[in-house]
Each structure stands twice: as structure tokens, then as C-alpha cells.
Design a protein around this ligand. Structure first.
Ligand SMILES: [Fe+2]
Ligand SMILES: [Fe+2]
Length: 550
């Protein structure tokens, strides 16, 4: 989906139906991201265009002789090449797509464009009003604070060059530039953990306050005493910060669609099970898959935290990873006890087609509900290109090795492209196996999770996501820790000393137990998971595992 289509979907409230044929989804899922020659050419063209625009903005009205233009063009070309090399090595995410590069170039050039246009039309503007904080806040939300700070520095250098070429790098112009840059730096530093839209308003107020403080400092350094005019200027600068916060909050969906990114605010909104229509649909129509996805989300969140990854993205991605099962929930074991019988009547190849379809069905459903690409990637990548062993073995038994190809029993998706997707891949399998284990002790869980991870590693499923072996080990440890917390054992209370919180016992039993007196030997029992014991244990398990997943 292009950025323009994404924008249309968001503007229409995410209910723009796009039918995707399995063949199209298959081609979408099978290709790893690689910069093709066409993309590289487009990027070079874009860099050339941006350099030319910067040359015109800086030189027009300041340079007259051809040699001056040539010198400036050479300097800007060198600067552009240096910036491109820096982005390639340190910020590759900014070069992921043409839309991102256009967004970054526009963000860096916007303050100079505003200054140039205001000079041409209004005869000048207070530099403290330049939209550097606006640009910085958007970049910080989209690609992180470090890139926002770097963009502020580059934009500041361009503005300083503009003022220097026009002999204006002094007095109020210089102080205005410092105030605007101060707002930009504040925006980048303050956008640390923006989880709600109200946070953006608070950041806007902070930007305004810092800008007003910087402005007040310059006013107090003037020889003449400050008057009402200076006070009004301070208020205007303060207001600029507040407007920036409100503007970014309102424009966020469009910015996300344009820059092809998903911010934490959107992820939190999408991960809200009460407000997301797709998650509610999953809860109602495929409750087993919903519960599985919820637990996978917990495992993925813990594992992503353990390796310093994006825990929120991992959790929300896990929540949606299996929504494709909504098309045929009854064919998946977690939703129906008869799922196995349904598959008994089918050829292994047909069962494999039904099971493997959930990755591309998920993409189709996700697009229908306007999910961002960051979440669709989890649907395509959580099984990678792994083999559906169960039906492959069944086909081997039925037809023999000569008649069955392992490749035709592999998922048609894509290997994980991010560490978070790799985490969901391991957590997905580990959760499914753990709920079938009769005795999920920590030792057994460790062994099982290690086997799951190693099997995928040896199958080359992590070859495209730069996951290190140390990180894989940390992921295993985190998954085991969370799984052992979910499937933990606890001592039962003796008949003589009933647990007052044990709701499986009637009040009469409790009274009886209390009268029995002496404690009995204890035995461990599980508090969660599917295979809890019948009777009182089972009820106790249900209560302790919590009715509301939120
Ligand atoms: Fe799946
Ligand atoms: Fe799953």
C-alpha cells in the first residue's frame, strides 16, 4: 500500500475495503525488503532535487557571480553526500522507503522554505516563529529523538547559512534563530515516552516555556529596559509552542500515513481491546485465538524488553498476529475441540492450505480495518517460511517421500524482518506448546523454548532480522520467565486450614474444614493453563488466572 493509499484509508476511518487475492498476498509476503536499482535511482534523484532546492533558497538574492553559485553548489553537494552516508550507516530506517526520505528532506528544508517565502512575501518574520519545533516533534515521534536532534542541527546549519549569506547573522535575527532551535531541541528531548495525545499538549507548553525563557534572556541582555512590546513577543513565542503541540496531535494520523510509520500513540490505541473493533471481533468469534494472542503478547513484551527492543510494538503486533484465523476459526485447535476431527476428513494438503491461509487472510482483514503496515508485518512474518510439520508428516505417511515435497508444506510468508517479529515467532510456538504440556515445570519450559528457538534458527528463519545469539538467549530466558509465571504451581491448602480465597469451596466446606483442625501434607497444583485438574482445582485455576485479560 502506498503512502497515499494509506492516507486515504485513515481519512476514511479505516473502512476502505481492499480485496487482496491470495496470489497478490503471496507475492507481498515472499519478498524480503531489498533496495532495488530503481529505488536507489529515485533516492539519488530526490537527493539531487533537495540539493538544488537548497541551492536556490540559499543563493537567490544573496549570490550574483557564477563562481559563487558553483562554490555553493559544490558545498551543498558535499554536505548532502555526507548526510546520505551518515543516514546509511546510522539511521537506515530513514532510508527504508522513498516516502520516508521525502518526509525527512521536507522536514529539514521546511524552516528554510518558510523563511525564504516570508522574506519574499512579508519582507521578513520573527525567526523564533520558524517551525523547527514542529518538525522536530514529528520526527521524534516517527523515528526517535536522536534523528530529530540531528535534523534540528542540519536545519539550524542551513538557516545559519541563509542568514550568513544575506548578512543577517547578528542581533535579533541570531537570537530568534537560537530561540527556534531551542524549541526544536526541547521538542526532541521531551518526546521521550509519548503515550497519549495529552502528552503532546504538555510538550507544546514546555516548548513554549523554553522558547519564552530563551527569548526573555535575550531581551534582558538588551541595553534598553523591556517594554510591553517585548512582553507581547514573549507571549507570542509561548503560544507558538502550544500551537505546535496541538497541531502535531491533530495531524498525527496524516503524518503517520505520509511518513509510513506508526507512533506509540497509535499503537496504544490499536492495542486497546475495548476500542479496537478487530480485537473485539476476535474475542467474540475466536475466543481461543484471542487468549492465545494475549498470552503471546505478554511473552513478546517481556522478551522485547529483555533485548532493548520495542516492547509496545511486539505486544500489539502479537495481539493481531493471528487475526487471519477469523476466516475459519473452527479449523484451529484453540477455538474448537472438533478441529482435529475436521482435519481428519481432509487431505493433508487441503488442511495445510486452510491453516497457512491465516497469514494472508490476516493481511487482508488488517487492511480492511486500516491497520498500519507495522502490524501487518507481524501477520506475514510470524510463521516465516517454516514448515507445517504435522500435516507434512501426515502426507509422508500417506504418500511416501517420493510423492511429497516439503516446500509445498511451508508457509508462503516472509522471514521476520525485525527483532520484534522474530520474538513473536518464538513466543507464538512456545505458548502453543506450553498449553499442551501436562507438567510445565521451569526445567521443561526451558528445554521446550530452547528447542523452539533452535529449530527456527537452524531453519534460517532469523537470517533477515539481525538477531544475535546473545539476544536469542535473552529472549528464551524472558519467555521462560513469563511462561513459568503463567503456568506456575502453588501449594494447596490443607483440608484443615482452608484458603479463605479458595472460591471453589462452598461456605459450608470452609466451615467444616476449619473445624477439622490439623493441616494435611500439601501437594502442588497448577493455577492457570488449560490442563487444570477437575473439580475444585479447576475452578480455583480459572479464578486465579483472571477473568479479564485487561
Ligand atoms: Fe499463526
Ligand atoms: Fe499464533
Amino acid at each position: 500500500m502506498s503512502w497515499f493509499e494509506g492516507l486515504l484509508v485513515r481519512l476514511k476511518g479505516g473502512h476502505h475495503l481492499r480485496r487482496v487475492s491470495p496470489e497478490k498476498a503471496r507475492s507481498l509476503g515472499s519478498k524480503a525488503w531489498r533496495p532495488s536499482l530503481g529505488q536507489v535511482g529515485e533516492k539519488i534523484l530526490l537527493a539531487g532535487g533537495a540539493t538544488l532546492l537548497a541551492l536556490v533558497l540559499l543563493g537567490l538574492g544573496a549570490l550574483a557571480r557564477p563562481r559563487e553559485w558553483c562554490a555553493l553548489a559544490a558545498l551543498l553537494t558535499l554536505a548532502c553526500m555526507g548526510l546520505a552516508a551518515y543516514l546509511r550507516d546510522f539511521r537506515p530506517e530513514a532510508l527504508r522507503s522513498l516516502a520516508r526520505l521525502v518526509g525527512l528532506s521536507a522536514a529539514i528544508l521546511l524552516p528554510v522554505v518558510v523563511l525564504f517565502l516570508s522574506d519574499q512575501t512579508l519582507g521578513g518574520v520573527d525567526l523564533a516563529w520558524l517551525p523547527i519545533s514542529f518538525v522536530s516533534l514529528i520526527l521524534a515521534l516517527a523515528w526517535g529523538r536522536a534523528l530529530a536532534l540531528e535534523a534540528v542541527v542540519v536545519a539550524g546549519v542551513l538557516l545559519a547559512a541563509y542568514l550568513a549569506l544575506h548578512d543577517r547573522l547578528a542581533g535579533p535575527e541570531l537570537s530568534g534563530l537560537v530561540v527556534a532551535l531551542g524549541g526544536g531541541v526541547t521538542a526532541a528531548l521531551a518526546a521521550k515516552s509519548v503515550k497519549r495525545r495529552a502528552d503532546l499538549f504538555r510538550i507544546g507548553v514546555l516548548i513554549g516555556c523554553i522558547q519564552a525563557a530563551l527569548s526573555a534572556g535575550f531581551v534582558l541582555m538588551l541595553p534598553e529596559a523591556p517594554g510591553l512590546g517585548e512582553l507581547a513577543d514573549l507571549l507570542r513565542v509561548l503560544l507558538v509552542g502550544v500551537v505546535v503541540g496541538l497541531l502535531v496531535s491533530g495531524l498525527l494520523p496524516m503524518v503517520e500515513a505520509f511518513l509510513d510509520v506508526t507512533t506509540d500513540i497509535s499503537l496504544l490505541e490499536l492495542g486497546n481491546m475495548h476500542s479496537s473493533p478487530l480485537l473485539r471481533k476476535l474475542l467474540i468469534e475466536a475466543a481461543g485465538t484471542f487468549h492465545h494472542s494475549y498470552v503471546v503478547g505478554l511473552l513478546a513484551e517481556g522478551a522485547a524488553e529483555a533485548i532493548g527492543g520495542d516492547a509496545l510494538l511486539a505486544r500489539v503486533g502479537a495481539l493481531y498476529h493471528d487475526v487471519g484465523k477469523l476466516n475459519k476459526p473452527e479449523y484451529f485447535a484453540e477455538n474448537s475441540p472438533n478441529a482435529r476431527d475436521r482435519h481428519k476428513n481432509l487431505a493433508p494438503e487441503m488442511s495445510m492450505l486452510i491453516i497457512s491461509a491465516h497469514t494472508r487472510d490476516g493481511v487482508e482483514l488488517g487492511r480492511y480495518y486500516g491497520l498500519p503496515r507495522a502490524l501487518l508485518d507481524f501477520m506475514v512474518e510470524h510463521h516465516g517460511t517454516s514448515c507445517i510439520e504435522y500435516f507434512y508428516q501426515q502426507a509422508l505417511t500417506l504418500r511416501g517421500e517420493d510423492q511429497v515435497s516439503e516446500g509445498s508444506f511451508r508457509y508462503s510468508g516472509r522471514r521476520p524482518q525485525s527483532k520484534e517479529a522474530a520474538i513473536v515467532m518464538v513466543a507464538d510456538a512456545a505458548e502453543a506448546i506450553a498449553r499442551q504440556m501436562t507438567d510445565p515445570s521451569i526445567g521443561r519450559l526451558q528445554e521446550m523454548v530452547h528447542r523452539v528457538a533452535m529449530k527456527r534458527l537452524m531453519d534460517n528463519q532469523f537470517s533477515e532480522c539481525a538477531l544475535t545469539l546473545a539476544e536469542l538467549e535473552a529472549i528464551e530466558r524472558a519467555i521462560v520467565r513469563v511462561l513459568s509465571g503463567i503456568h506456575h504451581t502453588r501449594p494447596t491448602f490443607s483440608k484443615g486450614k482452608p484458603n479463605p480465597l479458595d472460591l471453589s469451596r462452598s461456605p459450608a466446606e470452609v466451615v467444616e474444614g476449619e473445624e477439622d483442625g490439623e493441616a494435611q501434607p500439601t501437594r502442588p497444583r497448577r493455577s492457570g493453563g488449560r490442563r487444570t485438574k477437575k473439580g475444585p482445582d479447576r475452578k480455583a485455576g480459572n479464578v486465579s488466572s483472571g477473568g479479564n485479560p485487561e
